[in-house]
Design a protein around this ligand. Structure first.
Ligand SMILES: Nc1ncnc2c1ncn2[C@@H]1O[C@H](COP(=O)(O)OP(=O)(O)O)[C@@H](O)[C@H]1O
Ligand SMILES: [Mg+2]
Length: 277
């Protein structure tokens, strides 16, 4: 095979091609993704790439399709991919189920984390980590030690691990628990949907600091932080900002884009979208 014309996409149709050492395969790559819910097209051709170690923010008004993208990445069956693809570390996972994506290093934090009565934080994490690592009898002790370590690093009460998942957690505790889960799962890509919603300024700062701690511990971790507001991004400076309006990315750039959103609102970007091409 002549190496003369480099292909932008390193994936062969029959499976993964190992990346060249030193080449930068995106941690997460989304190509021209179209997604329908109840036969209504919500995402209308979304493309973006999150490089290892980088923090991307996805901003957009309510109803623009941000959570649809998160749910699609999670492989929620209600969200049907009608065109395009999703790649993790260069491998096409578009047709893989949730747990297989998790095993390949994808972590998703949720806008409204579920309460799971009777399941402690410790047990939940033990099971999730066992699945991620493909080990059945994952050591409880190891998980417990790592959990104690991380709860301390994130400035959380170490008794937290005995509590039932999200039951009676405050908004701030739920979000910090999400960051704790992200730390413990050792993902390669994390998608955080509205991790800032409903937080007061102190909780917001703690969550942003927690995300910073996890990034320090996992320098190659790529993060896609989904947010309606600019305020999380004051504490967590993104490398790249994407603006999603009506199911399409209408702008991509540096942190200055989030300031433009703050100053001019999303309508200014809507005008871009409706401009003739
Ligand atoms: N599970 C669902 N069932 C029906 N409609 C949905 C569902 N999820 C999303 N939608 C629709 O998709 C559009 C985008 O919603 P969503 O992705 O939640 O936006 P955002 O997170 O940006 O506020 C909305 O019109 C919403 O009603
Ligand atoms: Mg949403």
């Amino acid at each position: 095979m002549a190496p003369s014309s480099p292909r932008p996409d390193p994936v062969a149709p029959n499976g993964p091609t190992p990346a060249d050492p030193g080449s930068s395969v995106p941690a997460l790559q989304i190509d021209d993704l179209h997604v329908s819910v109840d036969d209504r097209e919500i995402l209308r051709g979304v493309s973006l790439q999150v490089e290892p170690g980088s923090l991307h923010a996805l901003m957009g008004p309510n109803g623009s399709g941000k959570s649809t993208l998160a749910n699609t990445l999670l492989a929620n069956p209600a969200y049907v991919v009608t065109a395009g693809r999703i790649l993790l570390d260069g491998e096409d996972v578009t047709n893989l189920p949730t747990d297989e994506r998790a095993r390949r290093g994808l972590f998703l934090g949720f806008q409204h984390p579920e309460e799971i009565p009777g399941v402690s934080v410790l047990n939940f994490l033990r099971q999730a980590i066992a699945r991620r690592k493909g080990i059945d009898d994952f050591s409880v002790l190891e998980v417990r030690l790592s959990l104690i370590d991380w709860t301390k690093r994130l400035g959380m009460d170490t008794r937290f691990q005995e509590r039932y998942l999200n039951e009676g957690f405050s908004g701030g505790e739920k979000k910090r628990n999400e960051v704790l889960q992200m730390a413990m799962m050792e993902p390669d890509v994390a998608v955080l949907d509205e991790t800032d919603s409903g937080l007061d300024i102190d909780a917001l700062r703690q969550v942003a600091a927690g995300i910073g701690e996890v990034r320090k511990a996992r320098p190659h971790l790529g993060i896609l932080a989904i947010t309606h507001y600019q305020r999380l991004l004051e504490h967590l400076v993104p490398d790249v900002v994407h603006v999603l309006v009506d199911g399409r990315i209408v702008a991509t750039g540096g942190p200055e884009i989030s300031l433009e959103v703050e100053a001019r609102g999303f309508d200014a970007f809507r005008a871009h979208e409706e401009a003739p091409v």
